[in-house]
Design a protein around this ligand. Structure first.
Ligand code: ASP
Ligand code: MG
Length: 292
């Protein structure tokens, strides 16, 4: 079984999402257990911005909220064109959005934005994208089930950059997959504490979510689908003859990511390394390229 992950730019427009669905369809014979999604590109930044505007008593947080709302409605309409189905999908989206609006109003009223509240706010990006994309998979004829990772990824309460509670998380994830072997469409980036409070795994954390799921189910491979062909030897803006590295060790990948190669979120490597699961970096915009 494989775990796939698609980042924000891979789901940056309804057409891109349709393309992702076709990539997943083309790989169905490979045994895909779950697909992890980031928020649509720019959404996490806007959620953080809205929370910061609200806490500084700037009412334009409402404008930003409305922008976020509009984007999610537009994506839903284009991905699920059937009028009745769109209506049902939008109800699910609006339910989540009204919760978000209440939190933002609360931040505005009490003039306080704690790391805990910020994680709650940020979580809506992945909640909304994965939920919508899951409906889009089913609309496209690929039967899939939505999985809010907060149900299974358990962390400490180090909000904004929570640490994984590995043993119980792996247990919960494997139980979830034993319970029901259906394809899961999974929220990246988010987890929860023992008290059920929402946490996030650090910016860029959806890669890490994918590795956690992969390690928990002993996946054959973890595929991180992004917007570049793979890991480059150097920053192409600074070094002319930089090239894609086909194979690199876990240690090399870790070093590169800690030293700033943006292709993969550094903590991603550890769970894969612990279980000796290969991690493949692939380009959504150039899927035939073998990647790294
Ligand atoms: N949406 C989150 C972020 O922008 C997580 C991710 O994209 O991996 O940081
Ligand atoms: Mg990323």
């Amino acid at each position: 079984m494989k775990i796939l992950k698609f980042g924000g730019s891979s789901v940056g427009s309804p057409d891109r999402i349709k393309n992702v669905i076709e990539i997943v369809r083309s790989k169905s014979s490979e045994g895909i257990g779950g697909v992890v999604f980031s928020a649509y590109s720019g959404v996490t930044d806007n959620l953080i911005k809205a929370a910061n505007l609200a806490v500084s008593r700037d009412k334009t947080y409402i404008t930003l909220f409305e922008e976020i709302q509009k984007k999610h409605h537009e994506f839903a309409e284009q991905l699920v064109p059937d009028f009745k189905e769109t209506g049902i999908l939008k109800e699910g989206i609006d339910l989540r959005l009204s919760e978000l609006k209440e939190i933002l109003d609360g931040i505005y009223l009490i003039k306080e934005l704690t790391p805990k509240t910020l994680d709650y706010v940020q979580s809506f990006g992945e909640q909304l994208s994965a939920y919508t994309i899951c409906v889009a998979f089913n609309t496209a004829g690929i039967s899939a089930e939505y999985l809010d990772a907060r149900k299974v990824i358990k962390t400490d309460n180090n909000f904004n950059n929570a640490h994984l509670l590995e043993t119980e998380t792996y247990y919960f994830i494997s139980q979830e997959f034993v319970r029901n072997p259906k394809l899961r469409i999974i929220t990246g980036f988010i987890g929860s504490t023992h008290d059920g409070e929402t946490t996030t795994l650090g910016r860029g954390g959806s890669d890490y979510s994918a590795a956690i799921f992969g390690a928990a189910i002993n996946a054959d491979e973890i595929e991180i689908w992004t917007d570049v062909d793979g890991v480059l030897t150097a920053d192409p803006r600074k070094v002319n003859d930089s090239f894609i590295v086909e194979d690199l060790s876990y240690e090399e990948a870790m070093e590169l990511s800690y030293f700033g190669a943006k292709v993969i979120y550094a903590p991603t490597i550890q769970p894969a390394m612990d279980k000796s699961i290969p991690v493949r970096i692939k380009n959504t915009f150039n899927p035939t390229h073998p990647g790294s």
